[in-house]
Design a protein around this ligand. Structure first.
Ligand code: TAP
Length: 453
């Protein structure tokens, strides 16, 4: 079996060595999941609910350990990591309400009774990226399990530790063996096998649009169901009538949270021209004030990037000709650090404006009026999230309806609540996760007619 060393991105020290699963082990796990699916779907809804609640309680009891694991594996700040482990607990509790609420319809028909059922799919493969290893895993596995499916989960090679721990906690909580299996390994091996193995009936993929496109094409061969959560290039639109001080004070956290390695990062700030200079003046101290450093410290707001290769990729967006308005802090010494960076692009075709940087780099640009703001916000193939800052409620609603993105917030930068739907327009994805319908994405609707005459 091959192994991979897992590094702490804040110190560059090895924190663990993990055994990587190959094709044969993946096939064996899928076959075990296929057998387990036959009995898991028969577990009474109330019992499935109880087991998911126990899983949630086990996560809660282990919250500090999970959070510390994420700090050392992913460089997330301890505050964020605790929120992420808590999110897994909450998603599981919410999913525990689903088995007993998978309601079908009784539809009036002549000559009999017509009812619909939501049948589980069988084995679901969940492929997770490295940027939010815990929440993104749970958004897939919790509703899939609730709907009566078994799950094989592949964490990112760089960040497998919390997923492995969640697999252990599921067993400790009493989930039957092979109902939820975690398979650390390469995307091109384990993830690819989820796509090609006929017993995997659905793939939930979160990651780059590039790989997501290949997954969708691969799944098409078997008409396999997919949910895709892909990249973003979201706009933070600031109108002249907004509370400018609040908009500027919060803008750094809308893009630099998790060091900008966030699909929802508001990486384009669009500011109405009449307040453009004033906004930049207010933004500068806010960016310089972001506390970048040791992620184990409670006061730290931004940690390192995930790897040296990723830091180099982010740094390459700042070319010699790029106009950098100002930057924030970065510590010296080991670790994959990059400072919060604010750039003023020259042209709409600048790479920093058109591509997802996935790091702490934000572009600020002016717009003229509402129509211009909407045009620029939509001038991207992505459509995941975004923010609108204005004190005019009519404008807030008009612009919210006009921006082509799945998750918008007005006078705020929040994108994710486990009880509201989440997902992307255009090339940001396909399907929705979370929210009241989450379990339905893991079922097929079956219609049954019973003649009574
Ligand atoms: P990717 O390189 O696309 O990797 C994502 C996952 O797919 C990893 O587990 C990876 O495995 C696996 N993978 C790679 N090649 C594969 C293949 N040929 N077949 C099957 N699986 C394969 O993305 P990333 O760099 O880790 O993550 C960053 C991207 O994710 C960004 O674009 C970001 O916007 C997006 N993202 C989107 C969202 C939502 S909710 N829309 C949330 C978070 C992140 P290995 O890495 O182990 O090889």
């Amino acid at each position: 079996m091959t192994t991979a060393q897992v590094l702490n991105p804040a110190t560059e020290q090895v924190v663990a060595t993990v055994e990587l699963v190959g094709v044969a082990e993946t096939d064996a796990a899928i076959e075990r999941a296929q057998r387990a699916a036959l009995t898991w779907r028969e577990v009474a809804p109330g019992d499935r609910a109880r087991l998911l609640r126990r899983f949630a309680e086990a996560v809660d009891a282990d919250l500090e350990r999970l959070a510390q694991l994420e700090v050392s594996n992913s460089g997330h700040t301890i505050g964020n990591a605790r929120w992420e482990a808590g999110n897994v607990r909450d998603v599981l509790h919410y999913a525990a309400g689903m088995p007993e609420r998978l309601l079908g319809h009784q539809i009036p028909v002549a000559g009999g009774v017509n009812i619909t059922f939501h049948e589980p799919l069988g084995v679901v493969g969940v492929i997770v990226p490295w940027n939010f290893p815990m929440p993104i895993a749970a958004w897939g596995f919790a509703p899939a399990l609730a709907a009566g499916n078994t799950v094989v989960l592949k964490p990112a090679e760089l960040t497998p530790l919390t997923a492995i721990r969640l697999g252990e906690l599921a067993l400790e909580a009493g989930l039957p063996e092979h109902v939820f299996q975690v398979l650390p390994g390469k995307g091109s091996v384990v993830g690819q096998r989820f796509v090609t193995h006929p017993a995997v009936r659905k793939v939930v993929f979160t990651g780059s649009t590039e790989v997501g496109t290949q997954i969708m094409a691969g799944c098409a061969q078997q008409v396999k169901r997919v949910t895709l959560e892909l990249g973003g290039k979201s706009a933070n639109i600031v109108f002249a009538d907004a509370d400018l001080a609040r908009a500027a004070a919060t803008a750094p956290y809308g893009v630099f949270d998790n060091a900008g390695q966030d699909c929802c990062a508001r990486s384009r700030i669009l500011v109405q021209r009449s307040v453009f200079d004033k906004f930049l003046e207010l933004l500068e101290p806010a960016v310089r004030g972001v506390r970048v450093g040791d992620p184990t410290q409670e006061s730290t707001e931004m940690g390192p990037l995930i790897s040296a290769a990723h830091r180099d990729r982010v740094a390459a967006y700042i070319e010699p000709s790029t106009k950098v308005a100002f930057t924030g802090a970065r510590p010296d010494g080991p670790g994959f650090w990059y400072p919060p960076t604010v750039v003023l692009p020259d042209a709409p075709t600048d790479r920093v404006l058109t591509e997802e940087v996935f790091g702490p780099v934000v572009a600020v640009l002016p717009f003229e009026d509402e129509a211009d703001a909407i045009r620029i916000a939509n001038d991207t193939e992505y459509g995941l999230s975004g923010s609108i800052w204005t004190n005019d409620v009519g404008r807030a609603l008009r612009v919210s309806r006009a921006v082509e993105a799945g998750n918008l917030s007005v006078n705020s930068h929040s994108s994710v609540r486990y009880w509201t739907p989440f997902g992307g327009f255009k090339q940001s994805g396909l399907g929705r996760e979370l929210g009241p319908d989450a379990a339905l994405a893991f079922t097929e609707t079956k219609n049954v007619f019973i003649a009574t005459q």
